[in-house]
Design a protein around this ligand. Structure first.
Ligand code: ARG
Length: 462
């Protein structure tokens, strides 16, 4: 069987190796639902403008619906010589409907057809990722109440820096995923433009009604320029970029929890149902889900890179290279969706090791900044206070004590105006309470943010 795309201009059959080399159906078969949706809308528009009769349109819609079912059931055989899923569907129509089947491609080309199907597929996939991000945000916000009494050391340079409320930590990720959601929504606007009816590259001399098709498919706008429509893959690049950023966020989180789950940190205990064992070391409980979340982010970044390089040197308009865009798109969405699917229960079900965290809060002089600012508030120049507290930390280190364990005289040595109110900013709990600035870990600030997130995510206080 030769592809319907091989016109009378050919006098020989294609070399079989060419069929195998050029086929994409193994990958693009996943577009069948969206291709058929595009074809049904196209047929209905053709009937509306009189390029098909009402009856022809009904026949096409009915046959397309049946073909969709067969593809879902896996009963429609797929063959390399039919190249892609689009030709399979068209060929099946022709086998069933004869001349009427041969009319579906009126006023369109595979260039606008493929772009339409892929845009529809991506639009749905963006919505799925968005829903998963919301589910993850809900899990994060739910932790805020549960871990209300927990203080974590915040790190910079992976060195203990300042104390933060656990809720502040959970909300930090909420913010990152919120920006991801905004990026998804923004990318979606440009994905949601209809190329159908721009045909191969210059448009068509047939009186197609592009608005009609776009409306039927729920597109917000039309791609304005046929030459652009035929060549554009921004609608692939932008979602891949957003997915790459999500993958980076997930990878950061995974890396952090891999560290936190070690005996050295001991900050959390991963639920065993999300861990795997070792084939030789019986004692091992390994964080493989997190490691693969971190590892697979590499694939998503690679997918973005693949797509960028793919389009970089192409002259306008359609070039067959573009067929290669689907693999990275599917891979990136599959990967990110799979990671998000496990991130949510991991966030819900992992326990922070409260006792370990509490017992180590005195380590690392997390309260040095609030002590410095205490002095600053009493008129000591910031740089002088910074230096003096550093010296005090050095002394405390030598004595192996916390700042709060030093006698008042040690502080008065820095500045005679210091009185015993200094102890109110020392120790992790006091230090956290001392923060006041907007966006800081100040308990009142965090409480406000938790409320905002609950409202935003439709979560209610229980
Ligand atoms: N399988 C191809 C793709 O997905 C179809 C494009 C056909 N267009 C063409 N001019 N050969 O990109």
């Amino acid at each position: 069987m030769t592809s319907p795309s091989r016109s009378g201009v050919f006098s020989t059959a294609p070399d079989r190796r060419v069929d195998a080399f050029t086929a994409s159906v193994d990958v693009d078969r996943r577009l069948y639902v969206h291709d058929i949706a595009g074809s049904i809308a196209h047929a209905q528009m053709l009937a509306d403008v009189g390029l098909l009769t009402g009856q022809e349109c009904c026949q096409l819609v009915e046959a397309l619906t049946a073909i969709q079912q067969e593809l879902a059931d896996g009963t429609l055989p797929l063959r390399a010589e039919l190249e892609d899923i689009h030709m399979h569907i068209e060929q099946a129509l022709i086998e069933r409907l004869g001349e009427v089947g041969r009319k579906l491609h009126t006023g369109r080309s595979r260039n606008d057809q493929v772009s339409t199907a892929l845009r529809l597929w991506i639009r749905d996939a963006l919505d799925r990722v968005d829903q998963r991000l919301v589910a993850l945000q809900r899990a994060l916000v739910t932790r805020c109440d549960r871990d209300a009494d927990i203080i974590l050391p915040a790190y910079t340079h992976l060195q203990r820096a300042q104390p933060v409320l656990a809720a502040h930590y959970w909300l930090a990720y909420c913010e990152k995923f919120e920006r991801d959601r905004q990026r998804l929504a923004d990318a979606r606007r440009r994905v949601n433009a209809c190329p159908l009816g721009t045909a191969a590259v210059a448009g068509t001399s047939l009186p197609v009604d592009r608005e009609n098709v776009a409306r039927r498919l729920g597109f917000e706008t039309l791609v304005a320029n046929s030459l652009d429509a035929s060549s554009d893959r921004d609608f692939v690049l932008e979602p891949l970029f957003v997915l790459a950023v999500i993958a980076c966020h997930l990878s950061t989180w995974a890396e952090e929890w891999i560290l936190w789950s070690t005996a050295e940190f001991g900050f959390l205990k991963l639920p065993q149902q999300f861990c795997t064992g070792s084939s030789i070391m019986p004692q091992k409980v390994n964080p493989d889900v997190l490691e693969l979340t971190r590892g697979r982010s590499a694939r998503v970044l690679g997918d973005l890179q693949t797509a960028l390089v793919l389009v970089k040197g192409l002259p306008l308009a359609y070039n067959r290279d573009l067929q290669e865009d689907k693999r990275p798109v599917f891979d990136a969405f599959d990967t990110v969706e799979a990671c998000l699917e496990l991130a949510e229960p991991l966030v819900r079900e992992t326990e922070l090791e409260t006792d370990v965290l509490r017992s180590r809060l005195d380590q690392g002089y997390l309260d040095a900044t609030t002590l410095m600012e205490y002095l600053t508030q009493r008129g000591v120049a910031q740089r002088r206070a910074h230096h003096a507290v550093g010296e005090l930390v050095r002394q405390a280190l030598e004595q192996g004590v916390a700042l709060a364990e030093l006698p008042l005289a040690a502080f008065q040595h820095l500045d005679p105006k210091v009185d015993d109110t200094v102890y109110a900013v020392l120790g992790a709990t006091n230090a956290v309470a001392a923060f006041v600035s907007a966006g800081s870990t100040a308990p009142s600030q965090v409480a406000r943010q938790v409320q905002r997130w609950k409202r935003q995510l439709g979560l209610h206080d229980d």
